[in-house]
Design a binder for this molecule. Structure first.
Ligand code: PHE
Length: 340
């Protein structure tokens, strides 16, 4: 029986020396000191010994059990320290496996371009302003000198809601809202969504984005308008582009202009994107109409100013070579992921 005990002790020591992971330790515990473990079993053999040997032998078994339990505890602590500080050397970890990539989200190309445009104007001293997307006829039309018979007031061109509310069809109403609150000098840039009930196709969407600009002070002239918009367009599209200011009509500016840049795709030679004429229209602009100043109680014989409105999607499409506006609004991540 002494031999058997020695054998068990040896086996235990060998086993515990080999242990590398916690689950192995658990099975050693069961094998030796569990309820049916080898050491526990030896206790059951005690009655077979002559009475005078039982006490001494029993003590030995007990000591072995206590020692084994302590060694298991010590090993457990050792393993725990090891796993928290460094991995065991032969831990099975396949370094060649690809990692799990976290999807962090992407900035929409429309937001990227709005950000860039606003940044350029902020550098020129403009402040960012915003206004509501649900507007009244007064702000969207009347205060901007857009008469009742103007085609843009037709239900084909504007989304009407109940009670004379509508979805703004341009960002220009924010000019009025800001000038009602603030007397000149006013120098704002207004990014935002606008709505028109157009049938959707490759170049039309019922919702798109504009950036409106307004600068009002004493002595502002068309030269300021040209200067600011030229600096802006060259910063956005590159120094090489040429600018063209064509006479145009808007009810809320006089004189009014549409501004073209030389085609950034073909450099002005003529291509499919510019309709083979070498120019791309990028914005509408003009000197603030005296009727608009009148609506906000600003004296137009003292103050003057210029305003402009720019469609964002068109700029996005030109910059990134996108040929269908719908791609911008389908929320297909495979598309959206490519820009930020
Ligand atoms: N609001 C005009 C449009 O949507 C653009 C514009 C803004 C023109 C300001 C002149 C001055 O077409």
């Amino acid at each position: 029986m002494e031999d058997k005990l020695k054998q068990i002790k040896n086996d235990f020591e060998q086993d515990i020396a080999r242990v590398k992971f916690q689950p192995e330790l658990e099975s050693i515990k069961i094998k030796f000191i569990g309820r049916k473990g080898l050491i526990t079993q030896v206790f059951k053999l005690l009655p077979q010994l002559p009475v005078e040997q039982r006490r001494a032998f029993g003590q030995k078994v007990n000591i072995l059990k206590i020692n084994s339990a302590r060694q298991i505890d010590d090993k457990e602590k050792e393993l725990r320290n090891k796993t928290s500080s460094s991995r065991p050397q032969d831990y099975k970890f396949d370094l060649s496996l690809p990692g799990i990539k976290k999807d962090l989200g992407y900035i929409h190309p429309v937001s990227i371009v709005i950000g860039q445009i606003c940044e350029l104007f902020v550098e020129l001293g403009f402040k960012i302003a915003e206004g509501p997307e649900i507007e009244t006829e007064y702000y969207n039309f009347e205060a901007l000198n857009i008469p009742l018979e103007h085609p843009s007031r037709d239900a084909f061109d504007t989304f009407y809601l109940k009670d004379k509310f509508l979805l703004r069809s341009h960002t220009s109403p924010v000019q009025i809202r800001v000038m009602e609150e603030q007397k000149p000098p006013v120098q704002i840039i207004v990014p935002g969504k606008v709505y028109r009930p157009d049938a959707t196709d490759a170049s039309h969407s019922y919702m798109f984005h504009q950036v409106e600009g307004l600068l009002v002070d004493k002595g502002i002239t068309f030269a300021h308008l040209k200067g600011v918009l030229t600096v802006f367009a060259k910063k956005l599209f590159g120094d090489k582009i040429k600018m063209r200011f064509r006479p145009h009509f808007f009810p809320f500016t006089e004189p009014s202009t549409e501004v073209d840049i030389s085609c950034i795709i073909c450099g002005g030679k003529g291509c499919r994107v510019c309709g083979h004429n070498g120019w791309l229209e990028i914005l509408g602009a003009g000197m603030v109409h005296p009727k608009v100043f009148e609506a906000v109680n600003i004296n137009s014989s003292v103050y003057s100013g210029f305003a402009f409105g720019l469609g964002i999607e068109r700029v996005v499409m030109l910059k990134y070579g996108i040929d269908d506006i719908r791609l911008l609004f389908e929320n297909d991540l495979r598309f959206i992921k490519q820009f930020s």
